[in-house]
Design a protein around this ligand. Structure first.
Ligand code: IPD
Ligand code: CA
Ligand code: CA
Length: 255
């Protein structure tokens, strides 16, 4: 795999997918419930996942694909090349606000993160990169955020964890300068890698964190399970991304 060529190609796919998503907002969405009334999928989630699955199958025929909407493969091992797709991250925002959602794509090889892409569709901002090329926002290199402590910053959290005080989430939030809840994991990762938030904690599926983990780690941030262990890319995890200082404090309080 030639990394630069792959980045160029995938950037084009993501931009094209985003353009199609923006265009789709001119027509009524077809919305269905998955596990309940707040877990939605639209025709555009499915259209976007199909778009990426077709591109990957054509250009990377030996690769495996894990897609949130199940249009890829049934993946049970991390061996080889694995593409992980979240076609629309923040579907509730997509349906209710027509903004504040992302397209996310990641490439792992034998379980190691190679490339991550988070595209904030309505802002036309693409955050991407990996360990061999660095991290960029719309082609501008990004620098590591400052190692800010919990007391000095804002924290992002999933609303369920905050409201139900999962693992002492409210105590952690109380130590910070304030809580922000965006409803989109991709946007939370963007806020942390840009140094606008010192951490984000949530209960995330692999497609929610696959891209963000790669971008965050390359920028010197900590990612882990909220038990302090390495996360499992094949299942849901209580997930943390944070500055080094904030991660230490959060992991000592979370239980
Ligand atoms: C969801 C969003 C949300 C997070 C959920 C995710 P989806 O993704 O990222 O912010 O709290 O855990 O499932 O379903 O809209 O792709
Ligand atoms: Ca999704
Ligand atoms: Ca998601």
């Amino acid at each position: 795999m030639e990394t630069k060529a792959t980045v160029k190609q995938v950037t084009e796919w993501v931009k094209e997918a985003g353009k199609n998503v923006r265009k789709s907002l001119q027509h009524p969405l077809v919305v269905e419930q998955k596990s309940g009334r707040t877990d939605l999928v639209t025709n555009i989630d499915k259209m976007t996942e199909t778009f990426f699955v077709d591109k990957i199958r054509t250009n990377y025929p030996g690769a495996k694909i894990m897609g949130e909407e199940g249009l890829g493969d049934k993946v049970s091992s991390l061996e080889g090349q694995l593409w992980i797709i979240d076609p629309i991250d923040g579907t509730l925002n997509f349906v209710k606000q027509q903004e504040n959602f992302c397209i996310m794509l990641a490439l792992y090889v034998d379980g190691t993160g190679e490339l991550g892409f988070i595209y904030e569709v309505m802002k036309d901002k693409l955050y991407y990169g990996g360990r061999s090329i660095g991290i960029f926002c719309n082609d501008e290199p990004m620098r590591s955020p400052l190692d800010t402590s919990l007391q000095e910053g804002l924290i992002g959290m999933n609303s369920y964890m905050y409201v139900h005080n999962i693992g002492n989430a409210q105590k952690i939030a109380d130590t910070t300068m304030g809580v922000r809840i965006s409803g989109c994991a991709g946007i939370e990762f963007i806020q942390v890698i840009r140094g606008k938030q010192i951490a984000y904690l949530s209960n995330l599926a692999p497609w929610d964190f696959a891209a963000g983990k790669i971008l965050a780690e390359e920028l010197g941030l900590v990612t882990s399970g909220l038990n302090g262990n390495e996360v499992d890319l094949l299942q849901k995890n209580l997930f943390l991304v944070a500055t080094k200082k904030a991660a230490k404090e959060i992991l000592s309080v979370f239980d």
